[in-house]
Design a protein around this ligand. Structure first.
Ligand code: NAD
Length: 264
């Protein structure tokens, strides 16, 4: 994949899909900026990249704060004068019955999962446009979910957020195409990360008929044509493709990465 020397900012870089995306992009030669509210976790991601001979910088970035985005873009502009890619992976998942999901929790879900993507895309557009004008293209990849395509019990707030990310992605693909900025969403099923496994734990806590976490993972695996839940690398490889030159004519698409779970 053509990623060598591309400057790419990944949010949620301290854990799960975001961390693996940083490692994968760097392994293909990208210069990675790892942003997360968890500064130590983002630093650990960068340490792993640098130990493997790659290029990475980290900073603390609360994706819900417009000022933090502005500071991040200024820092990247000073060092690189360009941004070839933005991967919006930071997120959280509220799991609770609809009637027990208070409005504050619902708002928090939208702030972290949707407002963040809005703010990030808006802040990054000038640097992405600059890179696209110089090299022919730039890319935004937004993490949605199969729960942005279909409903899920106890996931009303999360589904609302991921459905919004799906359509925000398409609206930006339409508007930014003329700037050669591609905008795509990725829709994983269950990925074995703190967020993915935590959501199963929360479902059990709220009475889902699963005796243990392992039973929950096995149930999903059985319902998945490929016979297993995803690992972060399964998703990171797809994100890397959407950042790379090989996907230069792909924009506005929703790419499902769920082992066939949602195909039936
Ligand atoms: N794991 C799954 O099963 C799954 C499935 C579908 C979609 N997704 C989506 O993929 C993305 C990544 O999920 P993951 O499984 O890697 O989760 P994760 O919990 O492993 O990592 C999420 C990261 O986001 C960071 N974060 C949270 N709030 C933040 C904020 N305000 N500012 C900056 N960083 C913040 C956390 O510190 C953490 O490092 C999320 O958007 C999630 O909704 C995950």
């Amino acid at each position: 994949m053509q990623l060598k020397d591309k400057v790419i900012l990944v949010t949620g870089a301290a854990s799960g899909i975001g961390r693996q995306t940083c490692l994968t992009l760097a392994a293909h030669g990208a210069r990675v900026y790892a942003g997360d509210i968890d500064r130590e976790g983002a630093a650990e991601t960068c340490n792993r990249i640098e130990s493997a001979g790659g290029h990475a910088s980290f900073f603390q970035l609360d994706v819900t704060q417009q000022d933090a985005w502005r500071d991040a873009m200024q820092a990247i502009d000073r060092k690189e004068s360009r941004l070839d890619g933005l991967v919006n992976s930071a997120g959280l998942m509220v799991v609770a019955p609809f009637q027990e999901t208070g409005f504050e929790l619902y708002r928090r879900q939208q702030t972290v999962n949707v407002d963040s993507v809005w703010l990030g895309c808006q802040a990054a557009q000038p640097l992405l446009a600059h890179a696209a004008a110089a090299s022919g293209g730039a890319a935004i990849v937004n993490l949605s979910s199969i729960l942005g395509l279909k409903g899920g019990s106890m996931h009303a707030a999360y589904c609302t957020s991921k459905g919004a990310v799906r359509l925000l992605t398409k609206a930006l693909a339409v508007e930014l195409g003329k700037l050669q900025i591609r905008v795509n969403s990725v829709h994983p099923g269950l990925v074995e990360t703190p967020l993915g496994l935590g959501s199963l734990r929360d479902m059990i806590k709220h009475g889902a008929p699963l005796p243990t976490l392992d039973a929950g993972v096995n149930m999903i695996a059985k319902r998945t044509p490929m016979g297993r839940a995803a690992q972060p690398l399964d998703v990171a490889n797809v994100i890397a493709f959407l950042c790379a030159d090989e996907s230069r004519y792909v924009t506005g698409t929703e790419l499902t990465v769920d082992g066939g779970f949602s195909a039936h």
